[in-house]
Design a protein. Structure first.
Length: 477
């Protein structure tokens, strides 16, 4: 407080994750350690932070008194309440309290033996103000659905992505700098990257990265699913693409993300459809025509990099290519910790061991593994759960905890798709199942079977086994 020259009752802005901000009143607390601040759960949720996270604080002395504010309750907190919410909840809460509010924030009012959550829909002046005695409070409208509010709370951020630290560092450098500080590139006299192509196997987090970048930078996000943009009607595919780029320029800073780029931009020399050729040409034209001042970045993802037309993979279009590969053991451990952070785990769970045993698994596989382990824990309790009852005994719910054996079961049930392609299947066919061809069978036994079963005898007599056998003959023999 001394460094910022703050006093009790001053207003400050707090900045958390994903460019979230809120406004608060300062109170002194001698018990709070230096370089630390205390805030309640509501403020932490508004900032999208947890205890121990880093936030920045700034003095905000220019907060004006509000002319009016519009707030709406969250639906599941007003169930069964009748009467005027303003008189019972809002009026006593704001009466001569001079509370600061910010658009998009949620606050809790406790009255009449109930706690009701409200969300600030709009303020005048925007985006924040102080609710004074002369401020008009509007609360007309339907309550906000909890699902909508939870969706905004659960927005993807960088801390929701594991195993891709190096790639995220590259992407931040190529996207956040041009979007947040375009003057850096202008002062040096170079053009920032306009297109970034993410490539790698399915399930490694390419789309997740694009959403996280949009949320963290606060940029407008426009998603184009490659197969969906294609149309049989002449000119409609190009029109869909044009609308996406026009929306991006209108709402800059913006990120246009094209998923499954190979579906709409295959190599022109290998495609037989006229639509695909026109789409590639149109996409190239749109990327070349993006205005420098629009601050729009084009991101795309594919798992077939070699299928993309070469014209798109040059400087000025998709001039940066980032490999989003299969994570290593350390990366898998990071991903497991992210997916289990809200799970109730037993004391015997060893995520390090699970990470070491899931070679070849990608993020989507590990998420499926955690879900399967949790389901197995529920299955084990089915004998004490009455499905006909509307409620479940609290002791049963409290006893649920995902154990190491549940993960072990899930590992036996699931196989990474990248391992499925190379899993060796031991055949059950024997020599007895083959009729005739006795001479051929004897030769194969001597050339293939015996060297494998008795290698020491071949070494003893200095015989080098053959490296290959060619079978030839008519079909069906």
């Amino acid at each position: 407080m001394d460094e910022l020259q703050l006093f009790r009752g001053d207003t400050v802005t707090l900045k958390g994750k994903r460019r979230r901000e809120t406004i608060c009143i300062v109170l002194a607390d001698d018990a709070c350690p230096n370089d630390h601040i205390r805030m309640n759960r509501v403020v932490r949720n508004n900032l999208r932070v947890r205890s121990g996270d880093i936030v920045s604080i700034q003095a905000c002395s220019d907060v004006k008194y509000g002319k009016w504010i519009h707030v709406l309750p969250i639906d599941d907190t007003v169930g069964g309440i009748t009467g005027n919410l303003f008189e019972v909840y809002l009026k006593p809460y704001f009466l001569e309290a001079y509370r600061p509010v910010k658009k998009g924030d949620v606050f809790i009012v406790r009255a009449a033996m109930r706690a009701v959550e409200f969300k600030v829909i709009e303020t005048d002046p925007a985006p924040y103000c102080i609710v004074a005695p002369d401020t008009t409070i509007h609360c007309e409208g339907d309550p906000i659905k909890r699902e909508e509010e939870e969706a905004s709370l659960n927005e993807i951020g960088y801390d929701d992505i594991g195993g891709l630290r190096k790639q995220l560092a590259q992407i931040k450098e190529m996207i956040e700098l041009p979007l947040r500080h375009p003057q850096l590139f202008k002062s040096i006299g170079i053009q920032p990257p306009r297109g970034i192509l993410l490539y790698g196997p399915p399930g490694t987090g390419k789309t997740l990265i694009a959403r996280a970048v949009a949320n963290e930078t606060g940029a407008f996000f426009f998603l184009i699913n490659g197969p969906e943009i294609m149309s049989k009607l002449d000119g409609e595919s190009e029109s869909n693409l044009r609308k996406a780029f026009e929306e991006a320029e209108k709402n800059s800073p913006a990120i246009v993300f094209i998923d499954e780029l190979d579906a709409i931009a295959p190599k022109r020399e290998k495609t037989h459809g006229e639509i695909e050729r026109r789409i590639v040409s149109q996409l190239s034209t749109f990327m070349d025509g993006l205005k420098q001042r629009s601050h729009a970045i084009i991101m795309a993802a594919t798992n077939r990099l070699d299928s993309i037309d070469r014209a798109l993979r040059r400087f000025g279009r998709f001039d940066r290519e980032v490999d989003i590969g299969i994570p290593d053991a350390v990366g898998r451990l990071e991903i497991l910790r992210i997916h289990t952070k809200n799970m109730k785990l037993a004391d015997d769970v060893d995520l390090v061991q699970i990470g070491n045993e899931t070679h070849g698994y990608v993020g989507a596989d590990l998420k499926s593994l955690c879900s399967e382990a949790a389901l197995q824990q529920i299955r084990e309790k089915m004998d004490v759960i009455d499905l006909e009852e509307d409620t479940i005994d609290a002791e049963v719910v409290d006893s649920l905890a995902v154990a190491q054996d549940n993960f072990r079961f899930a590992l036996n049930q699931l196989t990474s798709p990248f391992l499925r392609d190379i899993v060796d299947e031991i055949p059950t066919t024997t020599w007895k199942d083959i009729g005739g061809l006795e001479d051929v069978k004897r030769q194969l036994q001597a050339l293939v079977q015996y060297p494998v079963e008795h290698p020491q005898k071949y070494l003893k007599f200095g015989i080098i086994p053959l490296h290959g056998v060619l079978l030839f003959g008519p079909p069906g023999c």
